[in-house]
Design a binder for this molecule. Structure first.
Ligand code: ADP
Length: 435
């Protein structure tokens, strides 16, 4: 920091003071003490500058550098500039750290840093919701003292983090979490905690769905196989009556499989395909007339249909999806209403909303079953549904068809009294027919 020029100047200064001191001393007959006094004065000045430097460096907030001259002026100046540069660099670093911390804090995944001893260094805000750990309150605590799930403790202490760990959330058992750990620095660990509840549910739904479909297909396949085996093993030909009965049974089971496959296909299309561009005005009057005619022809029992339609209101949507939804509700009303029953079908306005309603005075369902009715393969009475050719997918189809129209399904029912299934369409889906 001190150049040769400075050194020479300071040397000159000390020599000059020594010479001045020697000259004054000489006039008093003490050359050497005079020179020593000159050097002492120089040393005192240096000591004074050091004291000013020390006072300046320790002052808070830092004042401007002290005025000086010679090498000390340059020392103060250089230190001042270096300090300013460091302060700017520190501010930039702080800013970068703030951005990183804020970014991590706003992540929807939990992030936590733990030191080599397992003590919490830092965590973002969502870790409180996931595992109940808060920063800065829990900083310095051992993580395993706060997250005591035995599987987690074993995983955390094993040091083998090749695969992730799935655990239930200790703060909310409905949440399922995936924990991943990476090691960095001197044994420090970085934890990523992700909410996988949704993925877990979807996976369970997928497994359940496959199990349900296999189960649904097993009965008709077993029946058809049984008939085929017994027909094949009959010596000397099959009697005509037996053959006809077998064919009728096989036909009915084959129809059941066909209905199941077409409902699964329809449901998957409703769930996965974006709403088609071919949306248009649906003439509910024509649609309901067709559904009631179909029902009358196929129901095979005496039922009275009462239709009340506000023919001025049209629906904006996908005709095929609405046809499936309304059709399933009408078919269900027929299936679950004994002969002699009444079925009311209504299409009307309630305030701004449009309602399609199917009311029957059939078997009804228990209050506890209502929230589950739109789940795939949920049946209140398995044998009744199967006997009437039900796939258990009808109301799931209704729900998804309505979702594509921003609509909702309202169900009210009482065992032995009857049921009302009501599709509620928002105002923007309703269009008044021009007079
Ligand atoms: P399913 O093919 O079994 O009819 P759905 O999904 O259409 O399947 O209906 C699910 C269950 O809801 C049915 O098994 C039945 O128990 C009940 N359900 C549906 N509609 C009615 C109704 N109108 N009256 C009584 N119960 C009904």
């Amino acid at each position: 920091m001190i150049s040769t020029g400075d050194f020479v100047r300071e040397l000159t200064r000390v020599i000059a003071l020594a010479l001045v001191g020697a000259a004054i001393g000489w006039s008093f007959g003490h050359v050497w003490p005079g020179a020593a006094l000159g050097i002492l004065l120089y040393a005192l000045w240096q000591a004074l500058q050091l004291a000013r430097l020390s006072a300046w460096l320790s002052a808070e907030p830092e004042p401007d550098p002290p005025e000086s001259n010679g090498v000390w002026a340059r020392v103060f100046d250089k230190l001042y500039h270096r300090q300013r540069r460091q302060r700017v660099e520190l501010e930039l670093l702080q800013e970068a750290a703030n951005i990183i911390t804020e970014g991590a804090a706003s992540l929807s995944d939990g992030v936590m840093m733990v030191d080599g001893q397992g003590a919490i260094i830092w965590c973002n805000t969502i870790t409180q919701r996931f595992i109940g750990v808060r920063c800065p309150q829990d900083q310095g605590n051992l993580l395993v003292n706060l997250l005591r799930d035995p599987n987690f403790v074993r995983y955390f202490q094993s040091g083998d983090y090749d695969s992730a760990l799935e655990i239930p959330s200790p703060t909310n058992t409905a949440l399922r979490l995936r924990v991943e750990i990476t090691v960095f620095g001197e044994g420090n660990r970085l934890l990523f905690i992700r909410d996988i509840t949704m993925i877990d549910q979807l996976e369970r739904m997928r497994v359940d769905f496959i199990a349900n479909v296999s189960h649904e297909l097993r009965t008709p396949l077993t029946v058809i196989n049984g008939y085929l085996e017994s027909l094949a093993s009959m010596p000397g030909g099959v009697p005509e009556a037996t053959l006809q009965r077998a064919l009728a049974q096989m036909q009915s089971q084959s129809n059941r499989m066909q209905a199941l496959v077409s409902d699964i296909t329809l449901l998957s299309r409703l769930e996965s395909e974006p709403p088609s561009d071919g949306r248009g005005l649906i003439d509910i009057n024509a649609l309901v007339t067709m559904l009631v005619d179909d029902a009358r022809c196929s129901v095979g029992k005496e039922l009275a249909f009462h239709v009340e339609l506000d023919a001025r209101q049209q629906l904006l949507g996908e005709e095929t999806a609405i046809h499936s939804a309304f059709g399933n509700l009408v078919v269900n009303a027929c299936k679950y209403t004994p002969a002699g029953g009444d079925i009311h079908i209504r299409w009307y306005l309630r305030g701004e909303e449009a309602l399609f309603e199917v009311e029957d005075n059939g078997v009804g369902v228990d209050q506890a079953d209502i929230p589950h009715l739109t789940q795939r393969f949920y049946r209140v009475d398995k044998s009744r549904s199967t006997d009437s050719g039900g796939t258990g997918l009808g109301l799931a189809i209704v729900k998804h068809a309505l979702l594509r129209h921003d609509a909702a399904l309202e169900i009210s029912s009482e065992p032995g009294v009857g049921s009302v299934f009501r599709c509620v369409f928002p105002a923007h889906r309703v269009c008044r027919r021009a007079a």
